[in-house]
Design a protein around this ligand. Sequence first.
Ligand code: GDP
Ligand code: MN
Length: 379
Amino acid sequence: MKLHEYQARDILERFGLPVTGGGVASTPEEARQLAEQIGGKVVVKAQVQVGGRGKAGGVKLADTPEQTEEVARQILGMDIKGLTVEKVLVAEAITYDKELYLSAILDRTTKRIVLIASAEGGVEIEEVAKTNPEAIVKLAPDPLLGLQQYQAMQLAFDIGLKDGKQSRQFARIAMGIFKIFKDVDASLVEINPLVIKADGVLQALDSKILLDDSALFRHPDFEALRDTAGEPPAELQAREANITFIKLDGDIGCMVNGAGLAMATMDVVKMYGGEPANFLDIGGGANAQKVAAALNIILSDPNVKAVLINIFGGITRGDEVAKGIVAALGEVSRQVPMVVRLVGTNAEEGARILADAKLIPAGSLGEAAQRVVEVARGA
Ligand code: GDP
Ligand code: MN
């Protein structure tokens, strides 16, 4: 789950990190009022869940409350990478000498939380990785010991901070984002830019937090922070139906029960030369309604040319799955060839229910995968 900048900023603040204050406005008038309260120069920032808002014209400075209102009027309602700006953050404008980059990510290769730092802040880190990779420094602290003070200091020196006071501030902020990462169960905590102000003090001007969806149950209060505007409709539907769904680029829709079986199914589809359009796990014990929801989600992807339904009945019952398929077939907007492999609990009953539907039965996973690849190619 993605958080808005102002939400991420609030979390950073809660953990004692130096952020810019200010507030959020939904109208130009509210923006002006905020500017009046802040006094002096402000920055008005589009709150949309994409990067590169600055380049897109979504971050602007204003000298007076009147100008703030004017600028907010321009930004509110603006379209940035397909998202409409509904809110702006109005905060004190900061003058600075230098922009740094600092983040904590989950690195699947080292299986650790990795800190990434760079003296080349203000631009997207992917850009720095391409143009100036040696400007990026990484640190993978021991998962048991956590980030140590001396390591955080080393990180500061490694990106070229020479001043002792600045290095200590940087180290403290690095320790802070490492702690936030673990405490909120994030998959990314990023500060970009982390600026060095004229007086030498470090401050976070922009922050981003991604939360690990699988750990959200540990943070029920975060549910209120969710903004579904940037979420693809299929993923939203899947989440509401309690279905694990990940869209991929292929043309063979897959409906499977169990994550392991879903992975295996995708592997076998690929082995026969097909490309899965999604990963989808309906979970254990899915009822007809959930199966119907899953099928609708799969078919909402216009790339899908054929569907493979692979159900291994245990607590999931074949007849329930079959009923769901029949129900879904009655209401789906388009029809594509569907190959069904149904084994296990109540598989025979399921097969009877499906006998009248125009489906292609398959006895084994190999046969099912081979067949679905053929029909997707129009054979
Ligand atoms: P992003 O483009 O979506 O990453 O949005 P940012 O919040 O990082 O803003 C983009 C750029 O706007 C930053 O790199 C800064 O150069 C500039 N910016 C943001 N806030 C301030 C501020 O308070 N003062 C000044 N002078 N520039 C700012
Ligand atoms: Mn930024």
